[in-house]
Design a protein around this ligand. Structure first.
Ligand code: ATP
Length: 624
C-alpha cells in the first residue's frame, strides 16, 4: 500500500497529527504525554529503519539520543546560542557524525555480537557523560534551563512555551521526519536495506556493498535519535542525563516491538501504549514501583500474541476482513482464466525467447570499449586447503567466451568449493583467477559480481519477505546503480531501464504470472527458477549455476532444462549438477573433478565413455 499510493500515507499522517490534540484528551492523555509520545515516535523512526528495515538490532541508541540532546542543550544553555531550531539541527548532525564513527566499529560484527558492541558503546557514552565530560553535560544534574523555541515572522513572534503550543513544533518535526523516512524506504537504498535484512549474503553476492548500506542505515538512525534528543531537552526545559542510560535504549526496543517493526509508525504506536500505561498505572492506579512489573507482563503478552506488533496485528485483521482477496489477487489466483493452459504458455514463452535475438548482458555491454579476446575465465593452480583436507588441489581451468561448461564429480569432489573460489566467496590457499583479462584473486564477491561474474546457489538464497519482482529488482539495482549509491530520495520506479530489465528476467525464468507473489508462497520449482533469475537479473557475462536441478521433480527438471537452454544463448555458463543426462544435454564440454583434482575434461560423449570417470563414480565396479 505504501508504494501504490505514496501520498496517502503522508496525508493520513498529517490528518492524524492535526486530529490528535482534539481526540486524545478525551482518552485520558495529557498534553505532556502526547508530546513525549511524539519525541519517542520520532526517535523510533530512525530505529525502525535500522532494525525493521535493515535487520540490525541496536541496544545503543541512547548514545545518540543523549549526544544530540546534550550538544543542542549545551549550545542553548552554556553558549547562549540564539536559535533553538538550528541548535537542534547541530545536535542532530553531531549525533550522525558520532553514529558514523561508532558504526565503523560496531558493524565489523553481525548478529548478537553487533548488539553486544552497541550495548558496550552506549555504556561508554553513559560513563563519559557522567565523569570526564561532567563539566559540559552537568553530570548527574543534566543541563537545566533549555529554552523553548520562538519563531520570528517579522510582523510577529510566535512563542512555543506551553505543552499545547510545543505540540505544534513536535508534530511538524514528526511529520517532516516521517516524510523523509518514507522517501528513504521507498528509494533504491530502502530496497537494498530490506534485502540486507532478509539475506545479507545474497545482497552482497548480487553486487551491493552491504557494509556501506548498513553504515548508512546506522547513521540515519543516529541522526533521528540526535534530533529527538534535542527535542527532548526543549520539551522538558532541561536535558536529563538519563537520556544516555541503557533504560532509554531498552524502552525504545520494547516500544518498537509492541508497535511493530518495518512500518515506521510502530514506535509511535508502541510509545502511545507504553507511555499511556505508565502514566495510568502510576498516577491513576497509584501502583508505585509495581508499575514496571505490570508493564513487563503486558509487554510479554503483546509480543506473544501479536508477533508482528500492533501494526502487524491490524494488518492481519485487515487481510482477514477482506477475505484474503488482496492476497489472492496478489498471488495471481483471482486473475481471469488464461486462454492458454499453463503448459502452452510456458512453451510459448520458451519459443518466443528462442526466436528473439539473445540479449547481450549489460555488464558485457558496459565493457565493449576494452574488449578482451582471450578466455573469459582462466584459473591457474587453484588450491584450497581446510586444515589437513585438500578440497581443491592444483586445478587449472579455462572457459571460452560463449561456452557452456559442465562440472561433475562424486559427492565431496570439491565442486562447490571450486565455485565459491571462482566467485570470490572464499579465497584460495594458492593459485590465480583471471576473469575477462583481469586478475580477480582475493577480490570481494560484490566486486566480482559488478564485473559480470555471478552464480546461483545450490541451496536457494532468496529475499524471503519480498515478492518475486522485488527480488529481481534488488539484483537489477546493483547492476544499474553500482555497488553503492546514496540516492535516498529517488523513487525506485523512476530508475531508467529497471522495469525493462526486471520484466525481461521475469520472462526468462518464466515467472511473469507470479511476479507479485511473496517468495514464501512459491512452489519449490518456482523458487529454483527465481534463484537462477536473481543471478540473471544482474546481467552477468559469466553465469555459474550450482546444481540448478537439485531437489526437483522429474517434470520440474524437464522445465528447468528447457529454461536453461533458452537462457544460455549469448551467455557463458558453467553448470554443476549430479543429473548427468540433463547436464550432457545442456553443455558442450565437461570437466570432471575427483578428490579436489581435475580427473578429465572432454565433450559429453567423451566423458560418457571414459573408464576413469565410470570408475570415479562407481568405485571400480565398471572397471572390474
Ligand atoms: P557435493 O556434490 O556433495 O555438493 P562437492 O563436490 O560440492 O560435494 P564440496 O562441498 O566442495 O564438494 O566439498 C569438498 C570437500 O571439502 C568435502 O570433503 C567437504 O567436507 C570439505 N569442505 C567443504 N567446505 C568446508 C569447510 N568450510 N570447512 C572444512 N571442510 C570443508
Amino acid at each position: 500500500m505504501l508504494r501504490q499510493r505514496p501520498f496517502l500515507v503522508e496525508a493520513l499522517t498529517a490528518a492524524g497529527l492535526i486530529a490528535v490534540p482534539f481526540v486524545l484528551p478525551y482518552l485520558g492523555f495529557t498534553p505532556a504525554t502526547v508530546n513525549r509520545i511524539l519525541v519517542w515516535g520520532l526517535f523510533g523512526i530512525g530505529f525502525d529503519i535500522l532494525f525493521g528495515f535493515t535487520g540490525l538490532l541496536s541496544f545503543g541508541q541512547s548514545a545518540f539520543f543523549g549526544t544530540g540532546g546534550m550538544v543542542a542543550a549545551y549550545l542553548l544553555t552554556v553558549l547562549d546560542y540564539p536559535d533553538v531550531f538550528s541548535a537542534v539541527f547541530v545536535g542532530m548532525i553531531a549525533a550522525a557524525v558520532v553514529g558514523y564513527l561508532v558504526g565503523l566499529i560496531a558493524l565489523r560484527r553481525t548478529g548478537i555480537y553487533f548488539a553486544m558492541i552497541t550495548v558496550a558503546i552506549a555504556e561508554v557514552f553513559y560513563f563519559v557523560e557522567f565523569n570526564p565530560l561532567a563539566a559540559y553535560t552537568g553530570g548527574e544534574n543534566g543541563l537545566p534551563g533549555v529554552p523553548t523555541p520562538t519563531l520570528h515572522l517579522g510582523f510577529t513572534t510566535l512563542k512555543f512555551n506551553t505543552d499545547k503550543s510545543l505540540y505544534i513544533v513536535l508534530a511538524v518535526c514528526y511529520f517532516v521526519g516521517m516524510v523523509v523516512a518514507l522517501r528513504i524506504v521507498r528509494s533504491p537504498v530502502g530496497a537494498v536495506l530490506r534485502a540486507i535484512r532478509d539475506n545479507p549474503l545474497r545482497a552482497a553476492a548480487v553486487g551491493h556493498n552491504i557494509h556501506s548500506y548498513k553504515l548508512t542505515s546506522f547513521v540515519i538512525a543516529a541522526a533521528y535519535a540526535g534530533f529527538a534528543g534535542g527535542l527532548l531537552g526543549i520539551m522538558q526545559g532541561f536535558m536529563p542525563p538519563d537520556a544516555f542510560t541503557f533504560d532509554t535504549s531498552g524502552q525504545l526496543v520494547i516500544q518498537t516491538a509492541i508497535g511493530g517493526t518495518g512500518a515506521l509508525f510502530g514506535p509511535l504506536v508502541g510509545a502511545t501504549v507504553w507511555l499511556y500505561l505508565s502514566d495510568f498505572l502510576q498516577t491513576t492506579l497509584h501502583l508505585g514501583a509495581t508499575w514496571k512489573l505490570v508493564l513487563g507482563v503486558v509487554f510479554v503478552l503483546l509480543v506473544c500474541f501479536l508477533r508482528h506488533g500492533i501494526i502487524g496485528g491490524i494488518y492481519d485483521i485487515y487481510r482477514l476482513a477482506t477475505g484474503g482477496s488482496a492476497a489472492k489477487a496478489k498471488a495471481g489466483d483471482g486473475t481471469p482464466a488464461p486462454a492458454m493452459t499453463a503448459e502452452e504458455e510456458r512453451s510459448a514463452t520458451h519459443a518466443a525467447l528462442a526466436e528473439a535475438p539473445a540479449a547481450m548482458p549489460m555488464a558485457a555491454r558496459r565493457r565493449t570499449g576494452d574488449e578482451f579476446v582471450g578466455p573469459i575465465l582462466e584459473a591457474t593452480a587453484l588450491t584450497k586447503r581446510y586444515g589437513g583436507l585438500l578440497a581443491n588441489s592444483d586445478i587449472d581451468f579455462s572457459v571460452k567466451r560463449g561456452e557452456r561448461r559442465g562440472i561433475i564429480g562424486p559427492n565431496g569432489a570439491g565442486k562447490t568449493t571450486f565455485f565459491k573460489i571462482l566467485t570470490c566467496e572464499i579465497e584460495p590457499t594458492s593459485g590465480r583467477i583471471v576473469f575477462d583479462g583481469r586478475d580477480i584473486t582475493g577480490m570481494s564477491v560484490t566486486d566480482v559480481c559488478q564485473l559480470g561474474l555471478t552464480k546461483s546457489y545450490q541451496v536457494n538464497q532468496l529475499f524471503a519477505r519480498l515478492t518475486v519482482r522485488e527480488n529481481l529488482t534488488i539484483s537489477a539495482l546493483a547492476e544499474l546503480r553500482g555497488k553503492f549509491r546514496l540516492d535516498m530520495f529517488r523513487s525506485v520506479p523512476k530508475i531508467r531501464g529497471l522495469a525493462e530489465q526486471v520484466e525481461h528476467t521475469l520472462a526468462l525464468v518464466d515467472l511473469k504470472d507470479r511476479a507479485d507473489v511473496p517468495v514464501a508462497a512459491l512452489a519449490y520449482g518456482e523458487k529454483r527458477r527465481l534463484e537462477v533469475g536473481l543471478a540473471l537479473a544482474s546481467s552477468p557475462s559469466l553465469l555459474l549455476l550450482d546444481e540448478p536441478l537439485a531437489g526437483m521433480s522429474p517434470q520440474e527438471r524437464v522445465e528447468m532444462v528447457k529454461l536453461l537452454k533458452s537462457i544460455s544463448r549469448g551467455r557463458t555458463m558453467i553448470i554443476i549438477d549430479h543429473d548427468m543426462d540433463s547436464l550432457f544435454e545442456l553443455v558442450e564440454r565437461v570437466t570432471v573433478l575427483q578428490e579436489g583434482r581435475v580427473l578429465v575434461e572432454g565433450t559429453p560423449d567423451e566423458i560418457k565413455g571414459n573408464a576413469a570417470v565410470q570408475e570415479a563414480y562407481l568405485g571400480g565396479v565398471v572397471a572390474a
